[in-house]
Design a binder for this molecule. Structure first.
Ligand code: ZN
Ligand code: FE
Length: 253
């Protein structure tokens, strides 16, 4: 392992995620949901933030950029859309490699929730920071992107090794599990949903998840199997995905 990861609840249902390169001690925050909370956590850990890595421009992801930079001098990396709300030091694009000390993070374009949403993949540690693209048993809403774009993004994440740890930006898993149970009778989904409800009952996070677990149980990654049950008999996986997304958007569970 090249990276230490520290995950903590932030705002109402976000996660703060701090990472630190072991060999150099350089640290970064994935997104900036709450500047004060992030600075406090970093201080408790004794980690010095030198970098901000934004997944997308939404205020619960980039809203703390300026306050954290003012306090730490951290360099802000993110997709150009972040400049809708605050300046960037470096725009990132698909395929870019960013070094945090000795650790390489690769930028993956995962647009769909917003235009220019990116994920950060640490191949050597089998971990990926996915913002609001993929959630445990869910995926982000399509605020700016098309179903085709989001399906392509989810497919790129699904192609990562099964043991890849997936750090999502929100704790939405219990409500996602209620929806999954309503559309998918696979026993693995029932087992996982029970695990999720028990973990939340104990106040434990359900993040990180893994690519393998999501491929087996996430209704959006299983869209091609589930779409006929929702009345969509297309062979186009993006249309199957759109059907599951529409069902979730209308779900009141
Ligand atoms: Zn968002
Ligand atoms: Fe968000």
């Amino acid at each position: 392992m090249a990276l230490d990861v520290h995950l903590f609840p932030c705002l109402s249902d976000n996660y703060g995620i701090l990472i630190r390169d072991r060999s150099t001690g350089l640290a970064a925050t994935i997104d900036t949901p709450d500047a004060a909370a992030i600075l406090t956590e970093a201080e408790h850990l004794g980690w010095t933030l030198s970098m901000i890595l934004n997944t997308h421009w939404h205020p619960d992801h980039a809203g703390g950029n300026e306050a954290i930079k003012a306090r730490t001098g951290a360099q802000i990396h993110g997709p150009v859309e972040v400049t809708r709300i605050a300046p960037l030091d470096r725009e990132v694009l698909d395929g870019d490699k960013i070094m945090l000390g000795q650790t390489e993070l690769q930028v993956i374009d995962t647009q769909g929730h917003t235009n220019g949403h990116v994920s950060y993949w640490v191949a050597q540690d089998h971990m990926v920071f996915v913002g609001d693209t993929l959630f445990a048993l869910g995926c982000g809403r399509l605020f700016e992107g098309t179903p085709e774009a989001m399906w392509a993004s989810l497919s790129r994440l699904a192609a990562l090794p099964d043991d890849t740890l997936v750090y999502c930006a929100h704790e939405y898993t219990a409500s996602n599990a209620r929806f999954a149970l309503s559309v998918d009778k696979d026993p693995q989904v029932a087992v996982r949903a029970a695990d999720v409800f028990a973990a939340r009952e104990r106040g434990e996070p359900t993040v990180p998840t893994t690519i393998g677990l999501e491929k087996a149980t996430n209704p959006f990654l299983r869209a091609v199997k589930l779409a006929p049950g929702l009345g969509t008999f297309s062979h186009d996986p993006a249309l199957a995905f759109a059907a599951v997304r529409a069902a979730k958007d209308g779900f009141r569970g």
